[in-house]
Write a protein that binds this ligand. Structure first.
Ligand code: FAD
Length: 410
């Protein structure tokens, strides 16, 4: 996209949005067959919807048709293997995450919530009947779905969550509050993680389990959080649950403890590393394009030594991010990805994306703060992915525990 013509400006506009497919080490050069097809579908989706995204971020509007379109294109399955769902390999799922976040972070987060978190929870832990009822409608985007773990008072320590599910006859009664829940006020389905109070079932009493809660249930109130300066084109909800009644079979039978919620998060942490790569790619490519078009002191910025050095630094970090992602996908394909390996990739890539975005913003000068050039939007959106699915410090503690054998959490 080029910025609006300014009276008296010699250059009619700077085009900084072209996809350059940066891959200096040919990390993805061998992607072929079905993986390449899925990746191309994600690229085509971004090209199709990006013009429609204009202004949504600025106005803080969530256009749910974009989520539905992703479902139609079968982009939600996120590496899940399940009968009746289209399959994409871990590599293809990562490339989809990267490509969509390269286009727009809010779209990337829709993907993470709908496919990575909600669909995965049901595919991993649902009964046959639950899978039959919900998997396909969620994968197709017909039902918008949410994953509600975080609470107003429990973020990094969501292990201490207080939302309660009490058994009464053939029903569960849920009470509590959730915060930051993507799609939590979209009229669809929420996977609510709650602490079970069921003295009749000593195995589960006090344990954390997942529940499928239709958002139209009486007592379910989801309100979009206003005033966000990041991911403005998707709504996260503040949810209040007041005596919400769901049937006995609304519990995900495969969930037994908090570890099950963590299992879902481990899986999606890799997705965040890929999303960070997408954001960083957009920022690097914008900076490179701008440096070649913008003339100062009689020559393009790209001819200045210091600018070349900064572009090289960005490429250096970007290439490392690509290598992390590719290896993550290879480990996952081989079935050997450990949760803390995904943590390390998230830790590295969101930190690197922040640095790349910051240098790109600077290299675009004043134009860097114009939303129409998107670098500022990516920079703001990276702040959210830096925090969600476990903050930088929490990833460091998980990795630290793994390498030292000492837990520093408490
Ligand atoms: P806090 O836990 O309060 O952390 C504040 C700071 O303290 C951080 O820097 C943190 O690293 C640091 N800190 C905390 N504990 C320690 C410690 N032991 N040692 C050192 N430092 C520490 N949740 C969902 O369940 N579903 C969603 O769909 C969802 N979507 C989200 C979307 C967005 C845009 C955002 C911002 C969040 C979303 N979340 C969601 C919640 C997200 O997972 C939490 O924000 C995250 O886990 C951090 O929790 P917190 O914001 O409460 O921060």
């Amino acid at each position: 996209m080029s910025h609006s013509p300014v009276p008296g400006e010699r250059v009619a506009g700077y085009d900084v949005s072209a996809r350059l497919d940066t891959d200096y080490y040919e990390v993805f050069a061998d992607v072929a067959g079905e993986d390449r097809d899925v990746w191309n579908r994600a690229k085509a989706f971004v090209d199709e919807v990006l013009p429609r995204m204009d202004g949504l971020w600025d106005r803080g509007e969530y256009d749910v048709r974009l989520a539905r379109r992703m479902g139609e294109l079968d982009l939600f399955t996120d590496g899940l293997v399940h009968e009746g769902l289209g399959y994409s390999s871990p590599l293809a799922a990562g490339l989809v995450n990267m490509e969509i976040s390269r286009g727009d972070g809010s779209l990337g987060t829709i993907l993470a919530v709908q496919g990575g978190l909600a669909l995965r929870s049901i595919a991993l832990f649902g009964s046959d009947a639950q899978k039959e009822q919900w998997l396909r409608p969620i994968a197709r985007g017909d039902v918008l779905a949410a994953f509600a773990l975080t609470e107003p008072d429990h973020g990094s320590d969501s292990v201490s969550l207080e939302t309660e599910a009490r058994r009464e006859g053939d029903e569960w009664i849920l009470n509590g509050a959730k915060k930051w829940i993507g799609n939590g006020s979209s009229g669809g389905l929420t996977v609510v993680w709650a602490r079970v109070s069921d003295p009749a079932d000593p195995d589960h009493d006090g344990k954390v389990r997942g529940f499928l809660v239709p958002q139209e249930s009486a007592g379910y109130e989801g309100r979009p959080i206003l005033g966000k300066a990041s991911l403005r084109a998707i709504h996260q909800a503040h949810i209040r649950l007041t005596d919400v009644r769901v049937p006995r079979d609304a519990v995900l039978p495969g969930t037994h403890t908090f570890t099950d919620a963590s299992t879902v998060l481990y899986a999606t942490r890799s997705g965040v590393a890929w999303s960070a790569l997408g954001h960083a790619t957009a920022c690097y490519e914008a900076a490179l394009a701008y440096a070649q078009q913008r003339v100062q002191f009689g020559k393009p910025l790209a001819k200045f030594q210091m600018v070349q050095e900064r572009l090289t630094q960005m490429l250096d970090e970007l290439t490392a991010m690509q290598l992390y992602c590719r290896h993550l996908a290879d480990l996952e394909t081989g079935g050997g990805l450990r949760p803390t390996q995904a943590s390390l990739a998230k830790y590295h890539n969101t930190r690197a994306a922040r640095r790349i975005a910051s240098v790109a913003r600077d290299l675009l000068g004043g134009n860097g703060i114009l939303l129409e050039n998107r670098v500022m939007q990516h920079m703001a959106d990276i702040e959210a992915i830096h925090t969600y699915e476990g903050t930088e410090s929490i990833q460091a503690l998980l990795i630290g525990r793994d390498i030292t054998g000492h837990s520093a959490f408490a």
